[in-house]
Structures are given as C-alpha cells and as structure tokens.
Design a protein around this ligand. Sequence first.
Ligand SMILES: C[S@@+](CC[C@H](N)C(=O)[O-])C[C@H]1O[C@@H](n2cnc3c(N)ncnc32)[C@H](O)[C@@H]1O
Length: 201
Amino acid sequence: MRLLYLVWLNAKPLRPLCDRLMLRLFNSWAAGWDAHTEGHGVDRLAALNAGLDAVDARDASPSRVVDLGCGTGAGTRMLAERYPRAWVTGVDSSPEMIAAATRNGASAGSSARFTVGRLQDVDLDDESVDLVVLLNAPPAFDEIERLLTPGGTVVIAASRGSSTAFYSGEQRLARGFRRYGVSTVAAGSAPPGEFYVGAKR
Ligand SMILES: C[S@@+](CC[C@H](N)C(=O)[O-])C[C@H]1O[C@@H](n2cnc3c(N)ncnc32)[C@H](O)[C@@H]1O
C-alpha cells in the first residue's frame, strides 16, 4: 500500500491504475477495517483531534466540513460531534467503506452524511468547505485548495505517524501545498500520530 501511495502521489498519469487497485483492496477490507485498525493498539483519532485543537485555537468554527477518504467513518462521526452545528460529510471511493460508514453512523445516531466519490474530484462547489480533513488518506493538493474557502483550513492526520501507509511528513505536505496558496499554520504529534494544519490565503 505504501508503494501504491507513493506512485499515486508522485506520478499523476498512473493515478487511475492506482485508484483501481486501491478500490479493489479497500472494498475487500471494509468489513474488517475497524477491527484491523483497533488491532494496532493506537487511538486512531488522537492525531486528528490534536490537529483540530490547532484549528479551534484559530477560532475557525467551521460550518462546512468534509472528511476525504473517510473509510468506515470514525473520523467523520467525531467531526460531527465536535462541530454539532456544522454540515459534515465523509467521502470515499469505496462503496463498501461508505456502506459501513452509513451503517455505523446510523447506529451511533450521528448527523454525519456519507457519499461515494473520489477525493481528487469531489462533487462540491469551489470554495465551499471551511475545513477539509484527511485521516490516513492520500492528499490531492489541488483539489483541497479548490474546495477550501479563503481562510479555510485543512488537517491531515496520520494515526501511526510514519508507519501509516498514506504518510507524508510536514515538509512534503508544505511543499505540496505551497504552489496552491495553502500555507502551514501548525504541525505536531500525538505519538505515534502526526498532524499537519494548513490554511488557504
Ligand atoms: C487507510 S484508509 C483510512 C480510512 C479512515 N479515514 C480511517 O482512518 O480509518 C484510506 C481510505 O481512503 C480511501 N481512498 C483511497 N483513495 C481514494 C480516492 N482516490 N478517493 C477517495 N477515497 C480514497 C480508501 O477507500 C480508504 O477508505
């Protein structure tokens, strides 16, 4: 998966092939995904929460929030609880993941919504999202910038830090965002997890 991620990130022409392979894998993993991640013995949401603390310190109070690559929806449900007045939606290319996220959300009584879609071409208007979140998911820098409102923030969290399959360190993320006018406002860790927070000018 790590190799697939690096190709996806660095060789855009090969993205469709990587997407097909990842879709097949994540569809097949959806049923056991939560048990699999719990098996790592790490609080999956700790690094994301630490990144959101940095967002909240900016007094951002987002009203539209998107969780890209939401999987079974653990992060999306947490976002809906943390920002109860916000419209919160999770997007994932795997229909099996979205089916699990929808079931999990319904049984938890969550207000989060879920939709099938690719994170590099999300079916939302330009500059319509105040907070974009990626938890253990691959960042499409240009699409994140397109979605963000001016002044909006992005949080990228890797629950297991550099052991996370979809991991890019602070420098790599800062470089990726720089040419799209998104600058670093915070980065840090909730060991072993790491987070990055950027803001669109
Ligand atoms: C490692 S899982 C993380 C899931 C969840 N955020 C979590 O932390 O439990 C990565 C997720 O990204 C999704 N994904 C991968 N590539 C994607 C793409 N191009 N568009 C949308 N979702 C994608 C996968 O289907 C998978 O659910």
